[in-house]
Ligand binder design. Structure first.
Ligand code: EPU
Length: 418
């Protein structure tokens, strides 16, 4: 078993390079299955465990996959299997994008029920509603979701809840449907736009991604192309918050500052200085932080995936902060771990009240999910003394080279095999 060992208290300085976006890459790699001709070359893919799992899953379907640093080359012309049922499918959430991609191309798919972070119930009724509206029969049973039809016909689909996953999954099926599909009330996250741009580069006809209505005109076939994944908004936000927490000055490079606006605005409100460049943000912090209120919302609101790192930062802000988690009902599991380090937080349902304290102290803690892991790393960096974090399998699903990146900035952090 591996653990991260952190000696807290160092200020951090320097430059850090952000990797490609996890939640874009984990949709774009399955979408490559839609290409019946040519080869897909996907660049700026992050080196994380979710990507490793997806590569194995794609190979199990008959794709030929080559990885060269951050480039993944996928030849999906010889896909012979529409059943994704190896162990890796159940380890991650994004494996369910193969339902939309395989349904689009082969009009048939069966994918084992996905895993992912234990942050709430995570229903897939909106995905199913979308597939059924396009004409597919959907069956959930024996631990898998199966979809099948003779043909997919474009239609109007109104999502009852704003869902990143349902928007992307249904988009993948609709690109090869007959006629036009309109998605109303879709998610507008940067990764939704990135997937649409990738599909358009393959020959799809999608307009309006990132707005309230997405229009998709079905095409006959898609071809492989070369595409570069956008930078990871959440990884960038995590390093911004870490800089605010530790104090110091860090330039976070390879970002799209527009995607970080909600995070930058909150940090500014707390008294942190943020300087935006064309593709970078510089964060300067004296650790003199003010309490603020946070409410998570779909994009362009404050991202739920940054709530746990942010509520960790608030433990040392002066005054009382209120954090409302409106997307996931169980995304406060990091709070019990923070309490072991001296944080004062009361959770009542979806609301956490954080009373700022003078200091956190090192402790043995667990990363209960991916972003809780990032929260624990930030807590360890800002605390006095040594923090030992277990549960690294969660962190490794989404943060490439986390200890190397923080070490480069001057933090004292190492990985140990226990
Ligand atoms: N929902 C439904 N029905 C559905 C789908 C979703 O009711 O059919 C509800 C969910 O229960 C939730 C809300 O809608 O309350 C939003 O869920 P969404 O479908 O948008 O989430 P997701 O696609 O499962 C992705 C990210 C999550 C991120 C959310 C919200 C991936 C692989 N995962 O999940 O990322 O929190 O969008 O932005 O893209 C993470 O990276 O740590 C992570 C958990």
């Amino acid at each position: 078993m591996e653990k991260l060992v952190i000696s807290g208290g160092n200020k951090i300085f320097g430059n850090i390079e952000i990797s490609g976006a996890k939640n874009a890459a984990v949709a774009i790699l399955p979408a490559a299955v839609l290409a019946s001709k040519g080869v897909s070359t996907i660049e700026n893919v992050p080196d994380i465990d979710d990507v490793k799992c997806l590569v194995k899953i794609l190979e199990s379907l008959g794709c030929k996959v080559t990885r060269n640093e951050s480039t993944v080359i996928i030849d999906s012309t010889e896909v012979h299997n529409v059943k994704a049922n190896i162990e890796e499918v159940r380890k991650m959430r994004a494996s369910y994008y193969l339902l939309g991609a395989l349904l689009g191309r082969f009009k048939e798919a069966s994918v084992d029920l996905p895993g992912g972070c234990p942050i709430g119930v995570r229903p897939i009724d909106q995905h199913i509603k979308g597939f059924e509206a396009l004409g597919a029969d959907v069956e959930v049973g024996y631990g898998a979701v199966s979809v099948k039809t003779d043909k997919l016909i474009g239609t109007n689909i109104y999502f009852d809840v704003v869902s990143v996953g349902a928007t992307m999954n249904v988009m993948m099926a609709a690109v090869l449907a007959e006629g036009q599909t309109t998605l109303e009330n879709p998610a507008k996250e940067p990764h939704v736009v990135d997937l649409a741009n990738y599909l358009n580069s393959m020959g799809a006809d999608i307009k309006g991604a990132g707005t309230d209505t997405i229009r998709i005109k079905g095409v006959k076939e898609l071809k492989g192309c070369t595409y570069s994944v956008i930078p990871d908004q959440i990884e960038a936000g995590t390093y911004m918050i870490a800089t605010a927490a530790c104090g110091g000055e860090v330039t976070i490079q390879n970002v799209i500052p527009k995607h970080l606006e909600a995070i930058s605005a909150k940090l500014t409100e707390m008294g942190v200085e943020i300087i935006e460049g064309d593709d970078s943000v510089t964060v300067k912090s004296e650790r003199n932080l003010k309490a603020v209120n946070i409410k998570t919302l779909p994009y362009p609101g404050f991202p739920t995936d940054i709530q746990q790192p942010m509520s960790t930062l608030l433990t040392m802000a002066k005054g009382r902060s209120m954090v409302t988690e409106s997307i996931w009902e169980s995304r406060f599991k990091h709070v019990d771990e923070l309490k072991k380090m001296g944080a004062k937080i009361d959770v009542n349902g979806r609301v956490a009240i954080v009373e700022g304290v003078e200091k956190l102290t090192g402790a043995e803690v667990i990363a209960t999910d991916l972003r809780a892991g990032a929260a624990m790393v930030i807590a360890g960096l800002m605390a006095e003394g040594e923090t030992i974090i277990a549960g690294l399998e969660h962190i490794d699903r989404g943060y490439p080279y986390i200890e190397d990146k923080f070490t480069k900035l001057g933090a004292t952090i190492r990985r140990e095999t226990v």
